[in-house]
Design a protein around this ligand. Structure first.
Ligand code: ADP
Ligand code: MG
Length: 638
């Protein structure tokens, strides 16, 4: 509860202004805004009239849930016509290529990352976030998201006193990477909406349920199946502190996929090959499938009517059939739950509550599936469509200090972060599932004598080699003072702030010379790529260990060759011609062995070279001793 301010006597009495912070759930399918008013989180809705032309006008929810859809077109006079929400949704059937839905799937992604089906013409280079071609020109995902955010912001402005909104907490899937988070913030910045904090959606749901009020140490699992994304988080609650122990998910798995599976079932039941149907009819059928699916949450069976090529077809659907049809999606969610539990080192029996979030968890099929798998009835007493926005508003309110509730939220990194070391290996600095904010340091050194610069290459992923992970960015630390290899001390710091934003700094400790980047890649990891990276990490653990040890040996051998090279340049004249040839030959053999990537050959060549290099080293030593004794009298040092 906020406290009212009372002015001191004789002081100018500025009127008390209550400040509000919004909670925004910028969903793939639907978005909404909530705020804490009179101590209660509540969703801010539109006037009913604003929903009336929408396809979902019969639903009271359309006042609160804004379909995340934007239409870009021209009116009869050729003027730009931009429609948002249900107005836009109504255009989807006629002009699907200009009616942008699920724009969240494009946020922070490169063109090459976009492997899912969509009816849009993408423009732009392969390795940057693509724009979508519309009659109003090319529109990029950040801009499109900002239109949705503006609609929600305007709703809130209408409902709250002038100039009383200080900003918003915007939720993102726990699985969003750096680029996707940054794109979300950029969208808010575009419309002048201050982002107080980005918050993981499952964490927001936990806040909404007030799960922090339990003083014992307990674990909860949040299962969020929305329209376009699936997120699972395991939360640990201890003395009112939330800690996300582990997260997992798939940012391309949700109700949209369920709709497509049902639509394909309808087509197959009418003897059509789904591949033979054009996009427009497919889109129309997806809408019919979605409506059928939503109806089946309140009735067990129905007849679905649809048209293909001007012919009408009728197919009976019931929950038993749908359960079978959507098995690829539901099974996948369970596999992910299993993985996340294992990551958290917990079993199903350790969970106190299972929380359902996301519109798709209204399906009785999903509720039963979760109840059966976990062996307990999941929590869904707060509307699963609203729970994330409500939690975000509660958290926003706490952040601006309007309530005296103290909660601390800890999130975790979804993938390991590290940097490239010699031989293309990854040194992990912050392992996956580390609570954030976090700061970790590690000291590195130079590889070559008098090396005066160093590339810091930041990578994300679970594999041991750089090429198998995702490159996030790189920078160069220059002006390292001239020193022998291995002497310079370069301290690299990885810091992730509460928004999940990564800053990497490198500092040469003797000079204090310092360089940094905030990692802001032009594109992010695709969902499948994230899953692949995680899976690859598990599948390849053995392989990676062997590969890593081979690469480490190769790097060591390379270093040895460089050291001998530099010694030869200085002391080569101390060797006889024969000694020199033998040494050179052994070095040559080692170079070939390194290139062969054959472990046995490498080991042999290292041993062979050692014989000669040891001999060379002792010659150098003798010479050094002789030199240091030169001009001195033996009696001086006896
Ligand atoms: P997101 O967070 O991805 O935007 P939501 O949590 O709003 O998604 O969920 C949207 C999804 O929920 C859509 O796929 C929609 O079809 C589905 N959905 C909404 N209501 C129901 C319902 N009554 N039964 C089944 N699915 C529903
Ligand atoms: Mg959601």
């Amino acid at each position: 509860m906020s406290l009212l301010q009372i002015a001191e006597p004789n002081q100018s009495t500025k009127p008390h202004t209550h400040r509000y912070a919004l909670g925004i759930d910028l969903g793939t399918t639907r978005s909404l805004v909530a705020v804490v008013r009179s101590g209660k989180p509540q969703v801010i809705g539109d006037k009913v009239s604003e929903c009336q032309s929408g396809a979902t006008a019969d639903s009271i929810d359309c006042q609160k849930l804004l379909p995340s859809v934007v239409y870009f077109g021209k009116d009869d006079q050729g003027n730009n016509q931009t429609l948002v929400g249900s107005y836009a949704e109504a255009m989807a059937e006629k002009l699907p290529q200009f009616t942008i839905r699920s724009v969240k799937r494009f946020m922070g992604r490169a063109k090459t990352d976009i492997k899912f089906n969509h009816p849009y013409e993408l423009v732009g280079e392969n390795n940057v976030m693509p724009s979508i071609a519309t009659p109003q020109g090319d529109k990029n995902p950040v801009e499109i998201s900002s239109i949705l955010l503006k609609h929600l912001y305007d709703r809130a402005k209408k409902a709250l006193p002038d100039n009383s909104i200080v900003g918003a907490v915007i939720t993102v899937p726990a699985y969003f990477d750096e680029a996707q988070r940054q794109a979300t913030k950029d969208a808010a910045n575009l419309i002048g909406l201050h982002v107080i904090r980005l918050l993981n959606e499952p964490t927001a749901a936990a806040v909404a349920y007030g799960l922090d009020k339990n003083s014992e140490q307990v674990y909860h699992l949040v299962y969020d199946l929305g329209g376009g994304t699936f997120d699972v988080s395991v939360l640990k609650l201890n003395h009112s502190v939330f800690e996300v122990l582990a997260t997992g998910g798939n940012s391309a798995l949700g109700g949209d996929d369920i709709d497509r599976l049902i639509a394909n079932y309808l087509l197959k039941s009418a003897n059509f090959d789904p591949k033979s149907i054009d996009n427009q009819q497919k889109q129309a059928l997806n809408v019919i499938a979605r409506q059928a699916k939503e109806k089946l949450t309140t009735q067990d069976s129905m007849v679905v009517s649809f048209q293909i090529n001007q012919q009408t077809y009728q197919v009976t659907l019931n929950n038993a059939i749908v359960a079978e049809v959507i098995k690829p999606v539901s099974d996948r969610t369970i596999v992910i739950c299993d993985q996340v539990l294992r990551d958290a080192k917990l079993t199903k029996a350790d969970l106190h509550e299972v929380v359902l979030v996301g519109g798709s968890t209204r399906m009785p099929i999903v509720q039963n599936l979760v109840a059966n798998y976990f062996g307990k009835k999941p929590l869904c007493r707060i509307n699963p469509d609203e729970v994330v926005a409500l939690g975000a508003s509660k958290y926003a309110d706490q952040l601006i200090g309007e309530t005296d509730d103290q909660i601390l939220l800890l999130d975790v990194t979804p993938l390991s972060l590290g940097l490239e070391t010699m031989g293309g290996l990854v040194e992990v600095i912050i392992p996956r599932n580390t609570p954030i904010p976090v700061k970790r340091k590690q000291v590195f050194t130079t590889y070559q004598d008098y090396q005066n610069a160093m590339i810091v290459h930041v990578v994300q992923g679970e594999r041991d080699t750089v090429k198998d992970n995702r490159s996030l960015g790189q920078f160069k630390l220059t002006d390292i003072p001239a020193m022998k290899a291995g002497i310079a001390r370069i301290e690299v710091t990885f810091a992730i702030d509460a928004n999940g934003q990564l800053t990497v700094t490198a500092q040469e400790l003797t000079t204090g010379k310092h360089s940094e980047i905030t990692v802001k890649p032009s594109y992010g990891l695709s969902a499948t790529e994230q899953e692949k990276l995680l899976q690859a990490g598990f599948d390849n653990a053995m392989l990676d260990r062997e590969k890593r040890s081979l690469i480490e040996q190769e790097v060591e051998a390379d270093r040895e060759l460089l050291a001998i090279d530099s010694a030869l340049a200085e002391f080569g004249q101390l060797l006889t011609k024969e000694q020199s040839t033998q040494l050179q030959n052994a070095m040559q053999a080692l170079k070939h062995a390194i290139d062969s990537h054959d472990k046995a050959r490498l080991t042999d060549a290292v041993h062979a070279l050692k014989l000669h290099s040891d001999e060379f080293a002792s010659i150098i030593m003798n010479q050094a001793v002789n030199q240091s004794m030169a001009g001195t009298n033996t009696k001086d040092w006896i």
